[in-house]
Design a protein around this ligand. Sequence first.
Ligand code: DAH
Length: 365
Amino acid sequence: MDYAASRDEALARIAAAQDLGALETLRVEFLGKQGSVSGLLKTLGGMSADERQAVGPQIHALRESVSEALTTRKAALESAALDAQLAVETIDLTLPASETPRGSIHPVSQVMDELAEIFADMGFAVATGPEIEDDWHNFTALNIPESHPARAMHDTFYFPDKDGEGRAMLLRTHTSPVQIRAMLGQGAPIRIIAPGRVYRSDSDATHTPMFHQVEGLVIDRGITLGHLKWTLETFLKAFFERDDIVLRLRPSYFPFTEPSVEVDVGFAIVNGKRVLGGSGDAPGHGWMELLGSGMVNRKVIAAGGLDPDEWQGFAFGVGVDRLAMLKYGMDDLRAFFDGDVRWAAHYGFNPHDVPTLSGGVGTAA
Ligand code: DAH
């Protein structure tokens, strides 16, 4: 057999292949399992030692040449394809934009930046956790056992499958599981806020299946309810940019805090609208429920891997969308997530309006 002639013919056909598909067909024809060159290699087994010594090197050289030619042609075709693509996709970046770019920062993003700025000033870091959680972090570790009515109250979205450890998987119903992740992950002391998306199977004018919360957690030695009240007061005065914000702490119940307090903020009615500020007990005033908080339950501290005799803490959770509505005056929560550019243009923020304490965290839209 004339191996040199076979080689020349193969190389010529490879060099003439016009596209990657044709080249792949040739590769299969020569080197595939049923390929002609592969077939030649298989004949070596049936040869005598002398024959093999004579033709073996020629067959191997043929295979080598064909394989090399395929690689070279492939690289050439790929680079030609890239050149062709680059030639048609040319964009002249020096041309002026045909339309003024539009876009604004969503009020939720702006408020989250404001929160991070205000709390950073009090020494809080920003922590995050996964939106796809397991029921241990979202419930059990937060002292919400399987039979607890709070599990039903949360209208949880569950996934059909469990995780590797047999835990039910769900979309987190609140940002509180980040408390557990922070304790297990960094140990004590802790000073964090954890803003993010949360999910509940609930939908009407004031509820959307996805909304935003920010969690706060402080763990240290000798933490008291006084620290909680000061922190919330300082935060809300900075956030609403009013010194006359008055809080009322009301006894309440959350499984993960003991004692638990619901925090109300005083408002006045001005021109038929609620304006935060002043005591809710004053004539023409009222109290509005704003957030949940309390001293971290000993069981939760233990679930976080810390000794509750040594470490105490407070926590709070508040709706970010709600904070944005109260500060910037939107009255329909659903519009937050409609993606209507007119709404975004009206309520959105200039990207250069980065919230800073020195510039005012609430620069107007
Ligand atoms: N996780 C609660 C909820 O989503 C809110 C909350 C209440 C968070 C009290 C806390 C807290 O950290 O102490 O309804």
